[in-house]
Design a protein around this ligand. Structure first.
Ligand code: SF4
Length: 212
């Protein structure tokens, strides 16, 4: 179990799974630079984060729902959580169903599903209910993809959260390695992955340039 002081933004899971160096630059060195992809993502999230609450007979929809899990050591916000009515009368239960908005289209990697699963685990811990499913909504094709929060995905999410804490605790930024994904990375110009023996730390690099 983590404490309140250990909590890391839930969105860092995506950074970690995309590239550990990017994750370290953002969450250890506090470096951030927006590009077209991150700007589109931010606008999509702002729309989802309007705080509108919709209520129908068997469905309640809340946006910008605060999330926290001491088990995973994560804190964040769900774009949207639908609460589906299960059962009737005194046995009525409102089962949470997180919906995460993404720009672009479905990826073959599990990053988005891991982030959704972390949201589901937060909701389970906070509300003491089971969250067996959620959905990803993709801006590009405006399609909603339902996701089962199964054992395998939960294991992968727990491992990613543990690795995230290990990386942040180490305080060390991994060296850059140029790959195809670097082209879509918002930190490309700061990271400079093509430079041989890339600077271990952007801060150190910047201090070096300023000193010169
Ligand atoms: S440019 Fe490439 S190596 Fe550097 S942080 Fe981005 S993805 Fe990682």
């Amino acid at each position: 179990m983590y404490t309140e002081d250990d909590l890391i933004p839930l969105s860092a899971l995506q950074h970690l799974l995309f590239c550990e160096r990017q994750c370290a630059l953002i969450h250890i060195e506090q470096v951030w630079q927006e590009n077209l992809f991150t700007a589109q993502g931010r606008i999509l999230h702002e729309r989802a984060d309007s705080g509108i609450i919709e209520s129908r007979r068997d469905l309640r929809i809340e946006s910008g729902v605060p999330l926290r899990s001491l088990r995973l050591g994560l804190i964040g916000k769900a774009d949207v959580v639908e609460f589906h009515r299960v059962g009737i009368g005194e046995g009525t239960l409102w089962r949470p169903f997180p919906v995460e908005y993404k720009r672009g289209q479905p990826k073959k990697d599990n990053w988005d599903r891991v982030q959704l699963c972390a949201q589901a685990i937060c909701l389970e811990e906070m509300l003491l209910v089971e969250v067996p499913e959620g959905a990803l909504f993709y801006g590009k094709n405006r399609r909603r993809q339902e996701v089962r929060i199964d054992e395998e995905l939960r294991r992968e999410t727990e491992q990613a959260a543990a690795r995230l804490h290990e990386l942040v605790r180490s305080g060390k930024t991994p060296l850059a390695r140029y790959e195809k994904k670097c082209k879509s990375c918002s930190l490309m110009t700061l990271c400079m992955p093509k430079v041989a023996g890339a600077a271990k730390s952007v801060n150190r690099y910047i201090s070096q340039v300023l000193a010169e």
